[in-house]
Design a protein around this ligand. Structure first.
Ligand SMILES: [Zn+2]
Length: 473
């Protein structure tokens, strides 16, 4: 009897082990390392904590966890470990990015529209080093939830996901993918309905009222979930004082600079004008930064979607090859009309980055994301890598850039105890970059292996597998 129990326990244990390692053959095709013990030696390490960069390190991965990091001269490599020579390479934590969507711009005449990217985007995100993401607003929440489940089950490739609700919005913008509420009661219904189905964060949009926001925050917080907003009708200061957790798009969409702002009303043109005209050292921005820091409100920067046109890539980050030729034609048409004509846009781009740097330097909570929408120049994966380049370009020190894109995201998601940095005991979500990131930030595009839960995925192969398909699938 005793031995039978033991056998049962063993069987259960074995089946659990197999279950944790189970992948379909389609997924396996992209896995380059699936060994319980890996040692990456002589590597440069940027660990995500904001600490200084370390050279000649050895990182030991064991059973999906980071077991140890230490100087290569002193670390003992365990027997049977797969050894990867990291000479000339850099390790950073897997990216934790918070404004990712499973949709992409869809072009039709003058309409702004987006279409679901169920298959290409999850794969591209992982290829681009994203091991955890928040979807920050959904147009097909049921698809996003299925994708999350299939990734967990080993049937699909992609990051771990914090799935966000559909956009909570009132009528105003002519975007067919949005649902429009008519009364505040509907907010509680939405939060209740989607949190029961696996959604774990909530997104408010341009035309909601302060009352809608109040209810959303209360209902989400009651369930342990957070609320973010791409706002317009409610100012950043009002939202922060109401207790919103997060504001999207830096200061770029804030309506706090309007002279006479009508309560609960969005006037995007006047708001943009007031943003553009606000002096860089104005008392208003100083005050706003103080309020946001005092309230602990997190800001998400999304520089790629605001990237200027002049002297910039068509698809920043090098993602042209990913986009289907027909769609790329539309993207290029817009690009050609804009290039050399975007001086106002360039100025406001830099103003936003300057203010964000100031916010961060004063102790503000800053996280990053991409927002693959706009005029089609933001493509999952490529844009995530490029965000790192853009933050360095904006003057953030490299260790802070990595921290913003990893640890800060993990902290926001209340997951910093297990992901976001490279430290003993954390989950082995990390990226092996082929190159010296300190010498040349562009090497961020040369990701060799992206480890998620200790499993190593071949970044190049993932990128190549969807070439020419973005905008279609
Ligand atoms: Zn967005």
């Amino acid at each position: 009897m005793k031995s039978l129990t033991l056998t049962l326990v063993l069987l259960l244990y074995v089946s659990f082990q197999i279950r944790a390692q189970e992948f379909t053959k389609e997924v396996k095709a992209f896995i380059s390392i699936d060994t319980t013990m890996v040692a990456i030696t002589h590597v440069k390490l940027i660990d995500g904590t904001g600490d200084s960069i370390k050279n000649n390190l050895t990182v030991i991965i064991h059973d999906g966890k980071i077991e140890h990091t230490g100087h290569s001269n002193t670390v003992l490599i365990p027997d049977g470990a797969l050894i990867i020579d990291g000479t000339g390479k850099t390790i950073i934590p897997g990216l934790v990015m918070l404004h990712e969507h499973l949709f992409y711009t869809k072009f039709f005449e003058n309409w702004f529209s987006v279409g679901q990217s169920t298959f290409t985007f999850p794969r591209l995100y992982l290829a681009g080093g994203v091991t955890t993401m928040r979807t920050a607003g959904s147009i097909q929440p049921q698809s996003d939830l299925n994708v999350k489940q299939w990734i967990t089950d080993g049937k699909m490739i992609g990051p771990k996901m914090d799935v966000t609700s559909p956009f909570i919005e009132r009528e105003g913008l002519p975007i067919a993918e949005l649902g429009f509420i008519k009364k505040t009661d509907e907010v509680s219904e939405i939060v209740d309905f989607w949190s029961k189905r696996g959604v774990t964060s909530f997104k408010l949009y341009n035309n909601i009222t302060q009352e809608d926001m109040k209810v959303c925050i209360a209902e989400a917080h009651k369930r342990g979930f957070k609320v973010t907003g791409h706002l317009c009708s409610v100012t950043y200061e009002e939202a922060s004082n109401l207790g919103i957790d997060n504001l999207e798009h830096g200061f770029r969409v804030s309506t706090d600079f309007l002279e006479r702002k009508e309560e609960n009303i969005c006037d995007p043109f006047a708001a943009r004008k007031s943003f553009n005209e606000e002096p860089i050292d104005s008392p208003k921005i100083k005050h706003l930064i103080e309020v946001l820091i005092k309230n602990g409100t997190t800001i998400t920067t999304t520089p790629n979607v605001f990237e200027p046109y002049t002297n910039r890539e068509l698809i920043p980050g090098g993602g042209e090859r990913a986009v289907s030729p027909e769609v790329l034609k539309d993207v290029k048409n817009i690009y050609d009309r804009m290039v050399y004509k975007d001086s106002v846009q360039t100025a406001s781009y830099h103003k936003n980055m300057t203010w964000l740097k100031r916010f961060y330097d004063l102790g503000g909570k800053l996280v990053a994301g991409t927002d693959p929408t706009g005029a089609g120049r933001t493509v999952a994966g490529y844009a995530n890598q490029h965000t790192i380049e853009l933050l360095v370009e904006a003057g953030f020190p490299l260790v802070d850039v990595i921290k913003i894109c990893t640890h800060n995201g993990a902290k926001y998601l209340n997951k910093a105890h297990e992901i976001g940095t490279i430290e003993s005991g954390k989950i082995a979500d990390l990226i092996l970059v082929d190159g010296d990131l300190e010498k040349n930030i562009k090497t961020i595009r040369n990701m060799e292996i992206v480890f998620k839960d200790g499993i190593g995925y071949n970044s190049k192969k993932l990128f190549e597998s969807v070439n020419g398909q973005v905008g279609r699938n």
